[in-house]
Design a protein around this ligand. Structure first.
Ligand SMILES: Nc1ncnc2c1ncn2[C@@H]1O[C@H](COP(=O)(O)OP(=O)(O)OP(=O)(O)O)[C@@H](O)[C@H]1O
Length: 294
């Protein structure tokens, strides 16, 4: 028998809805065992997955599978950056932005079929204040929502939408100084989203023009918010029209974006709240991660 590909599944037991499919049984049933030899490891705490992924890469494991949502994908992918080991995704979160962008099926069996095909491409990643992101990062309202969502007992899309509807009136813009494509900009900022992939997850397209292999950062700025704009932006996100919407401004850049604020602003990385800062430096790392795609 020819040499089998080594695969490590890194499973976040806390991610996704409570009623979950038995992932290990599905792997046993649907993985092509003639092609792959595999092991399963479980994360024991937040921040464990990068170590588990890097350890696998150093040991010559060819594919590491993130079993979880975008937070888990971020942690696993971080550990694999600039290595020969490829990332695969078994989506188990509520948003699954990177998996959706890459057209990985949302069901475990379909995602395992993608794994079995072993079709690999290389994608960009982004970095905000030195922290890697693969889907989106952002400052302002979306980070505020991720901070509130993190403390919420209930998860899922409905909870998320309810939270956004409630908090959109409570959150207010802050003045920022930004440098984008060599232009200085003094503006109010309700939200500034930095995108590698086109969507936040759940088919909410914050950056419909994003190409994950073009080396470019897509930036979406909403200066101020009111109810009419909130409805327009929601509609445009769901219909992939945000790049042309009057309520938002959209840029693509190959250069570093710098944003400075007097007052600390919250930021997130792939939907996980990261804290506050007064200065943000955002850049791309072109073609820095190998991934399995359909
Ligand atoms: N064993 C663990 N215990 C507690 N937290 C963990 C553990 N393993 C990973 N985490 C943390 O859980 C966070 C959320 O995981 P993930 O995004 O995969 O699931 P989710 O929040 O259910 O999905 P979504 O983001 O799509 O809603 C990760 O960022 C990670 O830091």
């Amino acid at each position: 028998m020819s040499k089998r590909t080594k695969v490590r599944f890194i499973i976040n037991p806390t991610s996704g809805p409570k009623s979950r499919v038995d992932v290990t049984a599905r792997i046993q049933q649907h993985l092509n065992h003639q092609k792959f030899e595999y092991e399963l490891v479980y994360t024991e705490y937040a921040g464990h997955a990068p170590k588990l992924a890097r350890e696998a890469a150093n040991a010559g494991v060819e594919v590491v599978v993130a079993v979880g949502g975008d937070g888990t994908v971020n942690e696993v992918a971080r550990g694999l950056l600039n290595t020969d080991t490829a990332l695969a995704i078994l989506p188990k979160g509520s948003g699954n932005g990177l998996a959706r962008h890459l057209k990985v099926p949302m069901n475990i069996d379909g995602a395992l079929r993608v794994l079995n095909q072993e079709n690999i491409t290389t994608i960009d990643s982004g970095e905000i204040n030195g922290l890697p992101f693969f889907t989106t990062a952002g400052i302002g309202f979306d980070a505020y929502i991720s901070s509130v969502f993190a403390g919420n007992q209930k998860r899922g899309l409905q909870t998320y939408v309810e939270l956004v509807m409630k908090e959109v009136r409570n959150y207010t813009h802050l003045p920022v100084k930004a440098s984008i494509n060599g232009n200085s900009l003094e503006t109010d900022c309700y939200v500034m989203a930095f995108a590698n992939a086109a969507q936040y997850g759940n088919n909410a397209y914050i950056a419909p023009l994003a190409d994950i292999r073009d080396g470019l950062l897509d930036v979406c700025l909403v200066r101020r918010m009111d109810l009419v704009k909130a409805l327009d932006i929601s509609y445009c996100m769901l219909t992939k029209q945000l790049a042309n919407a009057s309520s938002a401004e959209y840029f693509k850049t190959a250069e570093q974006v710098t944003v400075e604020t007097e007052e600390e602003m919250m930021f997130h990385v792939d939907g996980d709240y990261m804290g506050k800062a007064r200065k943000f430096e955002v850049r791309m790392r072109p073609l820095s991660l190998r991934v399995l795609v359909p």
